[in-house]
Design a protein around this ligand. Structure first.
Ligand code: ARG
Length: 461
């Protein structure tokens, strides 16, 4: 037999390429805390049901504490010959405490062990992202509170549409990130069942107590089906799906920052600490952080796809393919951490060019709808007719190269005789936003109230 933990039935050990393709320790060492927590729970349970003695339990628990401390301290020597985190920990445990270490793996397989470790890790990732998204929401709500009445152009098709307020625009993202948070919370709730005790695939003949290990590890209950438990990676997919949607939202925000910081827009200025210069063009302030947030969404989406593709052809139960689940999840978690933090920094220290936004808010006949609405209200014409009147006035203004507000009353009356002086008042951007007081609309009073409500819903709760 070989020196491998599973070497009993082998004459010779794995070749170099076998070891290289098989080893996961290079990345799954990130699971060490979860792996040791799982082993602790399993060991306590084995002693409680009488499968191991209390003396063995105590020796194992002491040894695990020592292993954990060595890994924490960076003195632990990881070995790829030992394949993965599970066998690295167990082998070190054996070196430290001898024979009792060999009893820890009773009624357990690496299949339920890794499923448990990984759920614990992904569960923590779901919790971590909550605080990060909350910090981002907080930065956006703070901008909204400050700029609830700051008028800016609103766009559809990136064409000037109707004036909105900057606060309203910020709060749109606050809603997206709020839904993202609830997706992570949903995924967390669903994944919170404990696979430990499913063993290799079929369960075990030992009188284990799965309720106890589930409780010990903070799970709501044990999983219901042992085959499912060792085959399921939905929890990782759901986490990455929620992350991919979040990354997509971050990317849209980043795209807007890239546009808004351009010399042609000049809507906002990013803080120096989150901008970069050019090695040749002295005037440049490049929004690299925003561009990278936009680009890194590609990785996150790619990682989700990578695991979906790994999983889609696998028969039940465990296949080694599933070892490929970790790198995408780790990359998603690291990438998302970085992108949310960068976005929060950019928003918190964003300088909003209020005068420029106001100037631009009316460009492109953005109050034409207000003029049509005036005709509906005051002249009682059907909206379709009002649309036509306002459209003809836009055409007149455009032909002369002026704004709607530059037309005279006589000009207005040349298209529709009934128009009176007070129609001119509705052509200002301030009038336009104030008029949109419908629930969820952009009127400053609304936005102010919605910012306060958002603070309550997402930050103070
Ligand atoms: N390193 C493996 C993984 O990450 C652990 C499970 C191995 N199980 C097995 N039967 N070889 O999936």
């Amino acid at each position: 037999s070989t020196s491998q933990i599973w070497g009993g039935r082998f004459k010779s050990g794995p070749s170099a390429v076998m070891e290289a393709i098989n080893a996961s320790i290079g990345f799954d060492k990130r699971l060490y805390r979860q792996d040791i927590a799982g082993s602790r729970a399993h060991c306590k349970m084995l002693a409680k049901v009488g499968v191991i003695t209390e003396a063995d339990r105590d020796a194992i628990l002491d040894g695990l504490a020592q292993v954990e401390q060595e890994i924490d301290a960076g003195t632990f020597e990881f070995s790829s010959a030992l394949e993965d985190i599970h066998m690295n920990v167990e082998t070190r445990l054996k070196a430290l405490i001898g024979e009792p270490a060999g009893r820890l793996h009773t009624a357990r397989s690496r299949n339920d062990q890794v499923a448990t470790d990984f759920r614990l890790w992904v569960r923590e990732a779901c919790d971590r992202v909550q605080g990060q998204l909350q910090a981002l929401q907080n930065a956006m709500i703070t901008q909204a509170e400050q700029h609830y009445a700051t008028v800016m152009p609103g766009f559809t098709h990136l064409q000037a549409a109707q004036p909105v307020t900057f606060g309203h625009h910020m709060l749109a993202y606050v809603e997206m990130f709020g839904r993202d948070r609830s997706r992570f919370a949903d995924a967390r709730a669903r994944m919170n069942e404990c696979p430990l005790g499913s063993a290799a695939l079929a369960g075990t003949g030992y009188p284990i107590d799965r309720e106890m290990t589930a409780r010990e590890l903070g799970f709501d209950r044990p999983t219901y089906n042992s085959l499912d438990s060792v085959s399921d990676r939905d929890f990782a997919l759901e986490y990455m799906a929620a992350a991919a949607i979040t990354a997509t939202h971050l990317s849209r925000l980043a795209e807007e920052l890239v546009i808004w910081t351009s010399a042609q827009f000049r809507f906002v200025r990013l803080p120096d600490e989150l901008s970069t210069g050019s090695s040749i063009m002295p005037q440049k302030r490049n929004p690299d952080a925003a561009e990278l947030v936009r680009a890194k969404a590609g990785r996150v989406i790619g990682d989700l796809n990578a695991l979906l593709i790994v999983m889609k052809g696998l028969p039940l139960a465990y296949s080694k393919d599933m070892q490929e689940d970790k790198e995408p999840v780790f990359e998603v978690s690291d990438t998302l951490d970085l992108c949310i933090t960068a976005a929060a920094g950019m928003i918190a220290d964003l300088t909003v060019n209020v005068a420029r936004l106001r100037d631009q808010a009316g460009v492109g006949y953005t109050t034409a709808t207000d003029l049509a609405d005036w005709c509906v209200r005051k002249l009682n014409v059907p909206f379709r007719r009002a649309h036509e009147i306002a459209g003809e006035l836009v055409k007149m203004a455009e032909d002369r190269g002026v704004g709607l507000e530059d037309l005279s009353l006589a000009d207005l009356q040349s298209i529709e005789a009934g128009i009176t002086e007070d129609a001119l008042a509705c052509l200002t951007v301030e009038y336009s936003v104030a008029a949109r007081a419908s629930y969820g609309g952009t009127a400053p009073d609304n936005v102010k109230a919605q910012a306060a409500l958002a603070r309550q819903r997402f930050v103070d709760s």
